[in-house]
Design a protein around this ligand. Structure first.
Ligand code: SF4
Length: 281
């Protein structure tokens, strides 16, 4: 039997999620920043990590956005196949929630209507919505507002299969070193390996929403996450790019089957404001 859900409820929740994500960083990110401060070797790095945490406290106490770049609203929806959405169109409902959240929450409107003509839409719509049909009758909504300082430093490499895991490691390190201070470190590095051109980019973006400090269920991937984090933190880029041993807080990797002739790798970099919130309706 189908369960019914009115899209008006989705609009309300999306509005609230936009405001929540931009004022309250998730506990996993807060814990990661605190850990980074306690193990940072550079005095300046420790000071910066302390200031970033002070900034988080001010943001939540005074309801000021964590960063002036309140991001493009990126959604991952897991839609139960036994759920019947009523009362309107899902995409319209999400965009209405974004419109209300960014307007009523006084969040910066960062979206232009055309990549060349560049007129601001003035309500931060449209959102970017990734949908997946899953078993069940629930709807899981994950919102990850994405700042473009770090988004602009993200990369896709279409490697040859023979380049193997060493090629993947080189690609991730190259992307991180090229990003340097521009990605507002300490960063979170989302990596997608496999699929095709667009699939690996989506894998990388979704990897950023995984709880910091958790690892892939696949043993070699979990080892790769730890090794890459270690190597990234040896680059010396450090907090704000001013030197130190905390360049990244986490490397989260998602994988997917791919074609015999290819090895796509996407690196989606996020800054220390790695915003992600989820609800289930
Ligand atoms: S990259 Fe992150 S911290 Fe830097 S300006 Fe953008 S949202 Fe803010």
């Amino acid at each position: 039997m189908l369960r019914e859900l009115d899209v008006k409820e989705i609009t309300e929740k999306v509005r609230d999620l936009c405001i929540q994500a931009n004022h309250f960083l998730s506990d996993d990110m807060k814990k990661a920043l605190k850990n980074a401060e306690s193990n940072e070797n550079s005095e300046l790095g420790r000071k910066i990590l302390g200031q970033l945490q002070d900034n988080l406290n001010i943001a939540s106490e005074e309801m000021i956005p964590i960063c002036q770049d309140t991001g493009m609203a990126v959604f991952f929806l897991e839609i139960g196949q036994d759920l019947h959405l009523t009362g309107g169109n899902l995409t319209d409902a999400i965009n209405e929630g974004v419109r209300r959240g960014y307007t009523e929450g006084y969040l910066r409107k960062s979206v232009v209507n055309d990549p060349i003509l560049r007129v601001n839409t003035n309500d931060n719509t449209p959102a970017i919505i990734h949908e997946e049909i899953v078993p069940g009758d629930k709807l899981k909504i994950t919102l990850a507002p994405k700042g473009f300082g770090s988004e602009n430093m993200s990369r896709i490499f279409m490697l040859k299969p023979a380049q193997g895991i060493d090629g993947v490691k080189e690609a991730v390190l190259q992307a991180v070193c090229d990003a340097g201070p521009n990605a507002c470190p300490p960063m979170v590095v989302g990596v997608g390996i496999g699929g095709d051109f667009e699939k690996c980019a989506i894998l990388a973006k979704k990897a950023l929403t995984r709880e910091i400090g958790t690892h892939s269920d696949i043993p070699y991937v979990a080892d790769l996450e730890r090794e890459l984090l270690n190597n990234i933190n040896k680059t010396g880029i450090g907090p704000a790019g001013l030197g130190g041993n905390n360049t990244a807080l986490a490397v989260n990797i998602n994988t997917f089957p791919t074609h015999i002739a290819g090895l796509p790798v996407a690196i989606n970099i996020c800054c220390h404001v790695n915003r992600h919130v989820s609800i289930v309706l």
